[in-house]
Design a protein. Sequence first.
Lengths: 337, 664
Amino acid sequence: MSEPKLLCRNVWKLFGPRAAETLRALGTSATPDRLRAAGLVTAVRGVDLAVGEGEIFVIMGLSGSGKSTLVRCLSRLVEPTAGEIIFHRQNLLAATEVEMIALRRHKMGMVFQHFALLPHMTVLQNVCFPLEVQGMARAAREETARRMIALVGLEGREESFPRQLSGGQQQRVGIARSLAADPELWFLDEPFSALDPLIRREMQDEFIRLQSVLRKTIVFITHDFDEAIRLADRIAIMKDGAVVQAGTPEEIVLHPATDYVRAFTAAVPRAKVVRVATVMAPPEGPAPAARIAGRATVAEAAPLFAGDVQAVAVTDGAGRVTGHLHRQAVIDLMLAG
Amino acid sequence: MSARPAPVTRRRPAPALWLLALRLLALWLPALAAFAALLTWGKPLAPWAFDWPDLLTPPVDRWISDFVRWLLNKATFGLFTFREATRALAAVVDAPYQIVRGLLTEGFGAWPPLSWPPLSWLGVIALVALIGHRAGGGRLAALVAGCFGFIAVFGKWTSAMVTLASILIAVPIGIAGGLLLGLAAYRWRWLARAITPVLDLMQTIPVFAYLVPILILFGFGPVAAILATVIYAMPPMTRITLLALARVPGEVRDLGRMVGCTRAQLTWRVMVPSAREGLMVGVNQVIMLSLNMVIIASMIGAGGLGFDVLAALRRLDFGGGLEAGFAIVALAVALDRLSQAAARPRADARRRPYLWAALATLLLAGVLAWLVPAAQNYPRGWQLSTGTFWNEVVRWINVNYFGTLEAIKTTLLLNVLIPIKRFLLGLPWLGVAALLALAGWRLGGWRLALLTWTLTSLIAMVDLWAEAMTTLYLCGISVVIAMLIGLPIGVAAAERDGLWRVVRVVIDTLQTLPSFVYLMPAVMLFRVGDFTAMLAVVAYAVAPAIRYTALGLQGVDPALVEAGRAMGCTRWQILTRIKLRLALPEILLGLNQTIMFALSMLVITALVGTRDLGQEVYIALTNANAGRGLVAGLCVAFIAIIADRLIGAAARQARARLGLEGAA
């Protein structure tokens, strides 16, 4: 990974009176118990993160794990108690309110769990809103907004009010709005949690499609581990305000760092996270006819073995064959669960 | 108030009922015994416990009066004096009022070639019908036009337009002021903390009490009346603004900040529009309270319908008073429905055609009025009057049933009202304060105890104990009767949808009526005195008793009722064992509201010659004695606050016991 787009160093968020002083006084001995004894509630505890350019970085945790607070710290909607947040080589915690407003207007976009659409505005006006706040002229902002509405597939609903739309459609409006200002950094706070399972699946596919076009740098919050491994380039798992493990979905499923992480990974079929390149053998013997990319998962490769195919050629990004995937390796992995 | 952890007590099995009763007795028996001892033997031993020594009474009323005088004559802000400031404020209010008044009643200019007539009655009716159509469609338009037509037919048009003019000025000021104060309090937490007790006080202190200072500062006239109305109607708007803003989802606020709103953008583009529905409830409140003030405001020069009612009352012309009262009700119904309809979001309504239609209507009405005089002023010959009819009805009742009515009144007075009054007047303030403090301590901890103790002693200290006890006696009896009527009706209505629809219309109407209207029929039949006052208070205060009982019972979780039915409970068992118990907190709130309504009405009944705090305030008003009025007014507010806090704490405790929420 090249230089990270967004860097988070030892970020803390404590709620309660005189939080910053207490934290400074306790220094490295700031355990949750001691903080509680001082009358403070710990929401985020010494988090270090690095999000690369164009990466989907998923923060996964159960309710109360501090993930929503953390993502709000990243945009300073919530003021962190201590730490550094570096974006574009600039420490956001040192930025003035005016600088933060400019950053949020032009560099950041956010999607909310319950959509946060303004009830008194139409779809078009909602999507226009970030641009209107910036002071963009009406014609220009409506043109951009219409493009965004088309991007999320809601053409024809521009004049509807939010209450006239289904949940999935409302979140499409939320997505269009968050993209209207063409942000570099895209925060999604449990965007699909309030939707029905079928719609959720559909919206995840939509999200993958959008990202393949847009290549944004994304921080995605979820409490759903399956959603995390489905979407993430990398995952950070949070518990009690701290990150317990960060890595690619494959690393986390194959090598869970703690029992807490293992509890999540136990039910996940290995074939759905393990990449073909991980289990392939060196390219020996005649080249098989079928080919698959090394970053595909084993589950995605499995249909190629239908009939009596014994091996599949594995290619890298440039299309060169880097190894062979054998039928037995696939079966072994799938039987292991 | 108390920070006792609720879950622990809830997990323990509930103690048996007799144990609870025993525990209650163990606390209250000694307390009551001590109280009885003080009552029986205390008078010779400690007379100061019964009557606060006059020498120690602080002359608070004189201080306040001196302060107001100082404000008026000496106070200065350097560049300008206080008096100049009040004059400037009056001028700012007066200018738009004169314009609206000119539009609605008087026209502009004095000499025929230069004068311009006011809007004709036809024009106004068409205009309000258009507004009604825009806000709520054809039915609302018909209703509003009907209300205004009613006013014209019964010959109250000019008075009603004077009243409407002052309402049209007072309401926007009240809304804007309340909204801005609420927004400021939302932004600065310390301000919210500072104004909450002030708002509590403003809502419980009787209006008469601050009429005097306003009268002194602004003089007799419509401006003073408008300012008094604003002061009366603004606190709920502030409170509702705070509530509505707090109810805007955190995500919406986050969104506003995330798209880079400045503070002003966040407030006016995100928060206020998102809170619109809640805010419109406040707007409706301001309108209704302003209308409620119409009669009282006419005491300091508002004129219009309020003045008609007051003048009729003074002439003992019940019919005329009732008719003017009906006109106020018609105005109230029209404005209430209009503002409620405006609160509902309507996606399809377009503004422009209505604007053109309004202009066309005005033009047409103007031309018509110019051609036909009957279209300008509603002709006298078409007017109806029911005044004589009502007077005849009253005379007929009095001729035929005087004996019966008199017997009912005398029996109740001799056997119920007077004994209770005697008993309460004989109570030592020390004992009452101690008992209230004990109740406060049991229900809400030492803070509540301190509050009730302090407020009770303050009443005794300013030497208004007897008046306060008279207030308590009238209020207490009225509340008991109101609850006795309201509870069964509420229970019956909660069970039957058809009945509830009827009852709701009745109590909605009862609450729209200005409180003076209740006084009239009572005076007609029973003349002045405590009994009449009690009847009027009961009639006014019964609405919340019914409403909260019914809503509380309907709010009981249907799953629990179903569970009861599945276990084979009879209807009666479901009602008494499940519904009434779970609705207890809600019913307690109803009791609280009933008390508040009763107290506010009680002050108005001073007009029919009660001897309580209300009378004290009213006398102060007629003497223009600012200090005396405010002190007595504050005492009424203290009684209200004590009742409110005690009942509020009891409701919280009940709710915690039922597991509906934490004890905190």
